[in-house]
Write a protein that binds this ligand. Structure first.
Ligand SMILES: [Zn+2]
Ligand SMILES: [Zn+2]
Length: 331
């Protein structure tokens, strides 16, 4: 059923929002809905999305830029520098490109833009008094540094043969299945780390940096405090536990680092010359930034539904979230 916007006091705060409740992955629905599951994964994998774009970047970088594992047996600035560039360059291109198209060139105007407002300038909440510069600093400075350190450690362990490294030729079925499962692992890890960060003590000193952005933009995606990044990127260490190839780590890296650029870009879809080019924004997470204590996870695994913190975009969702917040802070 479509939302009843006429009776929603929040309606005027949005420029655009989906007219139907936010959908969650039907894989977890009961009774089973196999056709809906098929449609869900076709929608994610067969178009340009926050999933397929990171995958394409991963394959290209893996094939043409990643130094061979043999070189990584001992730490050397040359390959470490390459790994750092492998992080910095795609991040700056994707976040910078989207920021240019959506907020500087205003290429699609307000079409499919969730929030009515523009990004903030001259605001003392932000480092350098400017939201975009603040976000660029926390992304390229903090996030990329921590991500590079973790990745180099994992490559080094893999290169020395201290964990099994698999190839497609040896185990094609497991290789592909594990690749396909990475977004789900990432969603599971993110939910728990993120819930922890909303603990009032951690929130105040750490996660608040990310939540300065109530109205989000592409550079907000992984604009996180140093400590938050130290938690957030531990997701990569799964490759020291589950046998993986270097492509698994690369896909994980770009999924973890580039998909938030899309999910925070503030626009539901990218439009050029009246044609939809890609699915981008994520109203699910946009609501998290507007109302805080809801939608801690992603729509991939419905943890929020199971634990009663799901906001589907409706007026009831807002009411439920406000009641939950009150109860959280009066305990
Ligand atoms: Zn949060
Ligand atoms: Zn966020």
């Amino acid at each position: 059923m479509p939302h009843d916007f006429a009776n929603d006091a929040e309606a005027e705060r949005w420029n655009y929002r989906p007219s139907h409740p936010i959908a969650l992955n039907p894989l977890f629905a009961w009774p089973p809905r196999p056709l809906a599951v098929l449609r869900w994964y076709r929608g994610a994998w067969m178009m340009l999305t926050a999933l397929t774009i990171p995958f394409l970047v991963a394959v290209l970088v893996w094939a043409f830029v990643l130094p061979p594992l043999e070189q990584m047996q001992v730490f050397h600035w040359r390959w470490i520098g390459t790994v750092w560039l492998m992080n910095i360059v795609p991040q700056a291109m994707v976040a910078g490109g989207l920021h240019w198209w959506l907020y500087m060139r205003k290429g699609q105007g307000m079409r499919k833009k969730f929030d009515k407002r523009d990004l903030t300038r001259k605001n003392g909440t932000f480092t350098f008094n400017n939201q975009v510069l603040d976000n660029i600093w926390w992304t390229l400075g903090s996030a990329m540094t921590v991500a590079t350190v973790y990745q180099c450690l994992i490559f080094w362990v893999m290169a020395n043969g201290w964990v099994p490294v698999i190839t497609f030729a040896e185990t094609p079925v497991f290789f592909v299945a594990w690749l396909a499962l990475i977004p789900m692992w990432s969603g599971l890890h993110f939910y728990w780390v993120h819930r922890l960060e909303h603990h009032p003590k951690l929130y105040k000193h750490v996660h608040a940096v990310h939540h300065r952005n109530v109205n989000v933009g592409p550079w907000s995606g992984i604009s996180n405090h140093w400590y938050e990044n130290m938690f957030y990127f531990t997701t990569y260490f799964v490759h020291l536990v589950v046998p993986s190839g270097t492509l698994h780590l690369m896909f994980h890296v770009y999924f973890q680092q580039l998909s938030p650029v899309f999910s925070h870009c503030g626009f539901e879809k990218l439009i050029a010359k009246d044609a939809e080019v890609a699915k981008s924004g994520d109203f699910f997470h946009q609501l998290h930034h507007r109302y805080f204590e809801c939608n801690y996870g992603t729509s991939e695994i419905p943890f929020d539904k199971w634990f009663g913190t799901f906001h589907d975009g409706s007026a009831e969702g807002t009411e439920r979230t406000r009641a939950h917040k009150k109860q959280m802070y009066t305990k």
